[in-house]
Write a protein that binds this ligand. Structure first.
Ligand code: UT7
Length: 330
């Protein structure tokens, strides 16, 4: 084991140019801007254009993160890509990202843990750095949820958007970096959020396509009930693992699935609005990209400052949940 901690030395994001507004959804579906904004907080989301895939968007986010870190792609010796909408079931989207970037051969793989995938990736990379098997690692989260959204299902079509985000982690001595993480999964909740067809349980067939089983299915209320418990649990557990408590928390960066889920956690913890990053109105739920996109916004508005204690926390399909406590700064 090394005495090095995984420090975020670069952060980058990518979102497609195409903006899909609630007004456009009103034209296509039996829904309203009023319903979407009051029930979810979402006003618009980004949608991948022709030729944009999980790997192309992920590669663009990594490029931005490498530029931010001032590092060439050769400096990265360990890669993990969180995604639920990889370009193909295999090979991995991580491998494709290496190819897009002209990266030399290195360990690279995908992690699939619903919207919590980015947080899972952070723990894996932090462990690889602590174990001495990696010096610098990339964690990239990229999802093209528009590709698995049933655009005729108003219960899900209004929620999701596309995007990617990446961090470069480097092992460094000192007190900055990932202090602790917490991961969990309750497999009995799997059926509440799933893509039924296309895997070994239900291989693709004419029937699965006819029955729209290649689209995401969600029991919104069940996932909502789970999320309002899981988000606070993740925050409390990770603070406790870091030997800290709520009073130490400077900034909460929650997964952006529904403004009401975030507000429930804020209320429970008695946090001030400026202590919580919310950007769901512009991106919708981008799954594994939502935390890096929110981190980038918090940095842009000056809230992500050196020395601050930041907790990133997520929940999603699995059902998974988890968090990481990060002492921000290089
Ligand atoms: O990142 C992965 C994790 N995912 C989540 O965290 C999502 C968690 N779930 C949610 O955020 C919420 O459950 C939703 C936003 C999906 C739904 O909000 P809700 O307040 O739970 O609504 P509901 O499903 O209970 O539906 C309320 C009503 C229903 O009509 P009736 O039965 O009361 O007549 C729905 O048919 O709203 C109706 N409805 C809509 N109306 C207009 C559902 N979707 C829409 C829509 N536009 N898009």
């Amino acid at each position: 084991m090394s005495n090095l901690r995984a420090v975020v030395v670069g952060l980058g994001t990518y979102t497609p140019a195409r903006i899909l507004t609630n007004a456009e959804l009103e034209q296509r579906l039996d829904t309203s801007d009023e319903w979407i904004t009051s029930r979810t907080g979402i006003r618009e989301r980004r949608i991948a254009g022709p030729g944009e895939t999980a790997s192309t968007m992920g590669a663009a986010a990594v490029e931005a993160a490498l530029t931010d870190a001032g590092l060439p792609v050769e400096a990265i010796d360990w890669w993990v890509c969180a995604t639920n909408t990889g370009d193909t079931v295999f090979p991995s989207t991580a491998g494709r990202i290496l190819a897009h970037l002209g990266a030399p051969p290195r360990p690279a793989f995908d992690v699939q843990a619903g919207c919590t995938g980015f947080v899972y990736g952070l723990e894996l990379a932090a462990n690889a750095i602590a174990a001495g098997s990696a010096r610098r690692a990339v964690v990239v989260g990229t999802d093209v949820l528009s590709a698995i959204t049933d655009w005729e299902d108003r219960q899900t079509a209004v929620l999701f958007g596309d995007g990617a985000g990446a961090v470069v982690l480097e092992g460094r001595p000192g007190d900055r970096g990932i202090l602790a993480s917490y991961l969990n999964c309750d497999g009995t909740g799997g059926p509440f959020l799933m893509l039924p067809a296309g895997g070994s349980a239900m291989p693709a067939s004419v029937e699965t396509v006819a029955h729209r089983q290649h689209y995401l299915k969600m029991s919104g209320r069940e996932v909502f009930k789970f999320a309002v418990r899981a988000l606070p649990d993740a925050v409390e557990q990770v603070l406790s693992r870091a030997g800290l408590d709520l009073a130490d928390l400077d900034l909460l960066v929650p997964h952006q699935a529904n403004r009401r889920i975030i507000e429930a956690a804020v209320e429970r913890f008695g946090l001030a609005p400026e202590q919580v990053v919310v950007n769901i109105e512009r991106y919708g739920n981008t799954s594994v990209a939502s935390i890096p996109l929110a981190l980038a916004d918090a940095r842009a508005d000056g809230r992500l400052r050196d020395g601050r204690l930041v907790v990133v926390a997520a929940f999603g399909a699995g059902l998974t949940w988890g968090a990481a406590a990060i002492r921000w700064g290089r």
